[in-house]
Design a protein around this ligand. Structure first.
Ligand code: PLP
Length: 407
């Protein structure tokens, strides 16, 4: 075999072993805009209408008429694309307005846009921290945070997930090691369990050890807290977090784009040194214009996040009453615990037959014996949709012997 033939054979072996381990990921094809009702294309060529409970469309803005219209308007006034990075000829008035509006929304001084939150996190740590510094990270932080930290030269510490005593151990060790600056970084909300980081406790600990606190708000911006500002508002530390990263690709419209929001000098240095910002194209005008409409909607009224909160409360209570175990909490991510991986797959498949699209998660995405169905609430769901989902879970769970004693 030539070297190249052996390379491709190696890739095919890797793919076979992914399939053999049951870890192969398929894309499900959808033929409609995002919403409560979507139409999926099935492998046999037919289509099926289903209720969607697995999008990050928390506020229902992905297809909101005002958001879509604002995208059209920006397309007309500012064109399709800029064919440039920000600092050459890729910055329009819209980009500066969105950065200012995000800063106001998040309670920070300044904001820098990225093509994705993955890039915001990927380009965050390396410009800000050197080898004299330390970064302390939650063990379950998002892949983009892990990658961003890998790229920086700071000393790396990791604490057990959401474990404040272990975080304090890291802070003590870093201080004892004589590091210069310490940055503690966490997901505001963790997407597998819907766990909300204890930012109030974390802020107090960071103050005690003179550390900075940074949060990734991808599963929080727009709806956590009474006015939807995020986990910092939810935990009573709005305006007291040093760095906030987030996405425009989930609750805030669902297209794409990310940001880092912080003190003026943090953002200023990122504009000088952050590689995904310097060496990647600017965010498209239609997305920027639509994001401004999203912020208008959210600053004008809390109706959408209030409806999401009501839906979450109702569904958590109703699915528990139906006999399922859920991870308790307040977040719109509702993990229905099945524990067994095969049972979780069967339950998700049966739910789809019953017209409810939900996804099962099992090892290695979650720990062994912790398989679950992750249900995500949205403000586009009406009470009837939630009732339909609970009825389908009850039927499928009974058929599979997961609830109601022996089926
Ligand atoms: C989704 C997500 C990201 C990535 O966001 P993109 O804008 O899609 O790149 C980063 N961090 C967390 C915690 C996320 O949930």
């Amino acid at each position: 075999m030539t070297i190249n033939a052996s390379f491709y054979a190696h890739l095919n072996n890797e793919l076979d072993s992914i399939r053999a381990a049951g870890l192969y990921k398929f894309e499900r094809i959808i033929a409609t805009p995002q919403g409560a009702h979507i139409r999926i294309c099935k492998p046999d060529g037919t289509q099926q209408d289903v209720l969607n409970f697995c999008a990050n469309n928390y506020l229902g803005l992905s297809s909101h008429p005002q958001v879509v219209e604002a995208a059209h308007e920006a397309l007309r006034t500012h064109g399709y694309g800029l064919s440039s990075v920000r600092f050459i000829c890729g910055t329009q008035d819209l980009h500066k307005t969105l950065e200012a509006r995000l800063s106001r929304f998040l309670g920070t001084e300044d904001t820098i846009l990225y093509a994705a939150a993955f890039d915001a996190n990927g380009g965050l740590f390396e410009p800000l921290l050197g080898e004299q510094d330390a970064v302390i990270s939650d063990a379950l932080n998002h892949a983009s945070i892990i990658d961003g930290i890998r790229l920086c030269k700071a000393q790396k510490y990791r604490y057990a997930h959401n474990d404040m005593a272990d975080l304090e151990r890291c802070l003590k060790e870093a201080r004892a090691a004589g590091v210069r600056h310490i940055l503690v970084f966490t997901d505001g909300v963790f997407s597998m369990d819907g766990t909300v980081a204890q930012l109030d406790t974390m802020r107090a600990l960071c103050d005690r050890y003179d550390a900075l606190l940074g949060i990734d708000e991808c599963h929080a911006s727009g709806f956590m807290g009474k006015t939807g500002r995020g986990t910092h508002e939810f935990r009573g530390v709005y305006g007291k977090v040093d760095i906030v990263t987030g996405t425009l690709g989930k609750a805030l419209g669902g297209a794409s784009g990310g940001f880092t929001s912080a003190r003026r000098e943090v953002v200023e240095l990122l504009r000088q040194r952050s590689r995904p910002y310097l060496f990647s194209n600017t965010v498209a005008p239609s997305i920027v214009g639509a994001s401004l409409a999203v912020l208008d909607l959210l600053e004008g009224s809390t109706a959408l996040r209030d409806k999401l909160e009501d839906n979450t409360r109702y569904f958590r209570q109703a699915i528990t009453a139906a006999g399922f175990d859920i991870k308790p909490g307040d977040h719109a991510i509702v993990p229905i615990m099945v524990y067994d991986a095969v049972a979780a797959q069967k339950l998700a498949a049966r739910m789809l037959e019953l017209g409810i699209y939900v996804v099962g998660f099992f090892f290695p995405v979650v720990p062994k014996g912790q398989a679950r169905i992750r249900v995500q609430m949205s403000a586009v769901h009406d009470r009837a949709h939630l009732e339909q989902a609970v009825a389908a879970f009850t039927q499928a769970g009974t058929e599979l012997g997961l609830i109601g004693g022996k089926a």
